[in-house]
Design a protein. Structure first.
Length: 153
């Protein structure tokens, strides 16, 4: 499916994804690629065992209109969270590169949110329970995220 075959943002309903296995997580990661997030918009509810990230994601599923939307991703059954290389200021913006999952003792494992600049956030979970939901209508983006192909080779 080429960009000319994809629907426009105006025609797309808000994205709602539920991930319960590794195949689902690959789709979730693709939808989150190039999302931007303020460090202060990451919330771990220790008693509720939930990790929530409120972010602005690029709508890769839409055509070349270049749109972003406010969204949230939430992990359930979280037993611990670790951050590495995170800035101190809650207003610092981070760019999400990918979300990965490493299975451990079934059905548990570790989610890793990898950010540009080397920061990452890891969540130890008892099982795969992840949700992504768009929260607002989309708006025009300044441009599509660009990836340096020379770095990928």
């Amino acid at each position: 499916m080429g960009a000319e075959d994809r629907p426009s943002c105006a025609d797309l309903p808000p994205l709602r994804l539920l991930a319960q296995d590794e195949d689902d997580l690959a789709i979730l990661s693709a939808a989150l690629q190039d999302a931007v997030i303020r460090r202060g918009d990451i919330s771990w509810e220790r008693r509720g065992r939930r990790l929530t990230l409120r972010l602005t994601r690029y709508r890769w599923e839409a055509d070349a209109e270049c749109a972003r939307v406010l969204a949230a991703v939430q992990l359930g059954d979280v037993t611990s969270v670790r951050a590495r290389g995170f800035p101190k200021s809650p207003d610092t913006m981070l760019e999400l590169l990918a979300l990965t999952y490493e299975p451990e003792v079934a059905p548990g494992g570790v989610f890793t949110f990898m950010f540009a600049g080397g920061a990452d956030l890891q969540a130890q979970v008892e099982c795969v329970d992840a949700v992504l939901a768009d929260l607002t209508q989309s708006w025009p983006a300044r441009g599509a995220p660009a990836h340096d192909e020379a770095l990928e080779k």
